[in-house]
Design a protein around this ligand. Structure first.
Ligand code: COA
Length: 151
């Protein structure tokens, strides 16, 4: 596995992976172009294996709070610790940027993502009832405090 910065040449592959892992609300290529154009505040990393991009994740930086924009692992690579290594990479990048907190939003029905975030030290901050429509699914806002943590 190789962890590296997102490049514009990854966009087509990322859009295809989005359709695989977020079939309801995949980011299409124009969204990825906009995210890349948002640098340096937007900060994305990808993990590559012998088949190509196996996972990716990104942050919005620049203030006391770093927001997780997205995180995903290709179906073929899930359950092997890649999500955890991506979230750890984001924590390190947020800390380097001076963020005191990391915030994210996750669907209440996404057990895998909630398990990952809890393991990575995020705590439930608040719940937005029936935020995701259709389906009446709650949004869970989770936070990890970086201030005072030793790297
Ligand atoms: C959520 C996701 C990124 C996790 O990535 P992953 O590489 O499979 O996760 P890891 O192997 O690193 O697992 C880390 C922890 O997450 C939790 N976890 C992972 N898969 C899980 C599952 N299916 N059910 C419950 N918990 C799960 C566990 O706590 C796990 O720790 P453990 O293995 O010590 O029990 C991946 O499932 C994914 O891409 N899902 C589709 C996209 C998505 O939902 N993204 C998040 C949007 S908020």
């Amino acid at each position: 596995m190789v962890l590296r910065e997102l490049r514009w040449t990854d966009i087509e592959e990322l859009a295809a992976l989005e359709r695989e892992v977020f079939p309801q609300d995949a980011w299409a290529e124009p969204t990825w172009w906009a995210e890349l154009a948002g640098r340096p505040h937007r900060d994305y990393v990808v993990e590559e294996d012998q088949h190509g991009i196996a996972g990716y994740a990104g942050l919005n930086l620049g203030g006391e709070t770093a927001d997780v924009m997205t995180i995903a692992v290709a179906t073929r690579a899930q359950g092997r610790g890649l999500g955890r290594s991506l979230i750890d990479a984001l924590v390190e990048r947020a800390r380097r940027d001076g963020a005191e907190y990391r915030i994210l939003e996750v669907r209440g029905d996404n057990a895998a993502a909630r398990g990952l975030y809890e393991k990575a030290g995020f705590e439930l901050l608040t719940t937005r009832r029936r935020y995701y429509q259709p389906g009446d699914v709650d949004a869970h806002i989770m936070r990890r405090t970086l201030r005072g943590e030793t790297p």
